[in-house]
Design a protein around this ligand. Structure first.
Ligand code: ASP
Length: 316
């Protein structure tokens, strides 16, 4: 049987086991399974890893449980500014968009940037103009709203106010209001090509114009057939500073590390020691998969050519 595989994440962050009900857990797992299946079906029919990661990410953008597309977190001003990136490991082509507010599927727009533009990354109004020029219909920003995310913003704003009033830094370690999220996919296809895609609403309560790691090649997303495809999730400010995705590839290329060794070293040591919380999914051409994270949990899963599917949220 030809070798292909896909791995996905639905975000890392403050997912405490205590706050997870059996029902919620099942809903997340169903969402992850649907995303994996969307990508798997493409790979099984000989499709490309690029199409597979895009389809897997789109499935989560359309699912309000995940922080991308519908269900994206709110900015400080109660809006939504979304980032996305897709990387082709075969050609090293990249397409990315940042801070888009009216795009139903930011990953689809990122793919269009890759295919239809000499540029790599478009932001804000320019990204939306590029979308219109390429036949994408803009949607209302409010179409991404969910009650759950609004509660999370209210919680974060109340906490911020209290901190300012009391001139204190409150303990954020037990936040139940999962500030983070992000969805991503990496895959290898039957042709031996790898790809990575990531899409996110960013961080709850982020300021207008803040861009995270997701659309930045080598930070939140990266793919090169010679090494690996990576999609990261967690606090973007640290992922950018640690150059998480490219660092994993560089350790493989220059230090001859295996995918697992490189991903573990970066996530569990370099990124963590800088103060970063989160994780990655990574894959190489041989279908090896690594999914290390240093946060309380990370929604994740993979599916292999033989149909084996594994879904996880917390540590094994
Ligand atoms: N990395 C994303 C960002 O900082 C958020 C996340 O993954 O939870 O925008």
């Amino acid at each position: 049987m030809p070798n292909f595989a896909i791995a996905i994440h639905g975000g890392a962050g403050t997912i405490l086991r205590a706050a997870m009900t059996a029902e919620k857990e099942q809903a997340y797992k169903n969402g992850l399974a649907a995303s994996l299946q969307a990508g798997y079906n493409i790979l099984k029919n000989g499709g490309t890893s690029m199409d597979a990661v895009q389809a897997a990410v789109m499935a989560m953008e359309n699912n309000p449980l995940f922080n991308a597309g519908v269900g994206a977190v709110f900015t400080h001003d109660a809006g939504h500014e979304q980032d996305a990136c897709i990387c082709d490991g075969k050609t090293k082509d990249v397409g990315a968009v940042a801070a888009v507010r009216h795009i139903a599927s930011p990953i689809t727009l990122a793919r269009l940037v890759l295919e239809k533009s000499p540029h790599v990354l478009f932001a804000g109004d320019g990204a939306e103009k590029f979308a219109i020029d390429n036949g994408i219909v803009l949607v209302e920003e409010s179409s991404f709203d969910t009650d759950e995310r609004r509660k999370q913003l209210e919680f974060a704003l109340a906490k911020e106010k209290k901190e300012a009033r009391e001139h204190t830094q409150l303990d954020h370690s037990d936040d139940q209001n999962a500030k983070m999220g992000t969805v991503g996919a990496v895959a290898v296809d039957v042709h031996g090509n790898i790809a990575a895609a990531t899409s996110t609403g960013g961080m709850t309560n982020k300021r207008h114009g803040r861009i995270g790691d997701t659309p930045l090649i080598g930070a939140g997303t990266y793919a090169d057939n010679n090494t690996c495809a990576v999609s990261a999730t967690g606090v973007g400010e640290y992922i950018m500073r640690a150059m998480v995705s490219y660092d994993i590839a560089a350790l493989m290329e220059y230090k001859n590390m295996s995918l697992t060794e490189a991903a573990e070293l970066v996530v569990m040591k370099k990124f963590k020691e800088l103060g970063g919380s989160g994780g990655v999914i990574a894959i190489d051409r041989n279908g090896n998969i690594a999914m290390p994270f240093n946060s309380a949990g990370m929604y994740r899963g993979f599916m292999l050519a033989d149909g084996t599917m594994k879904l996880r949220i917390f540590e094994e």
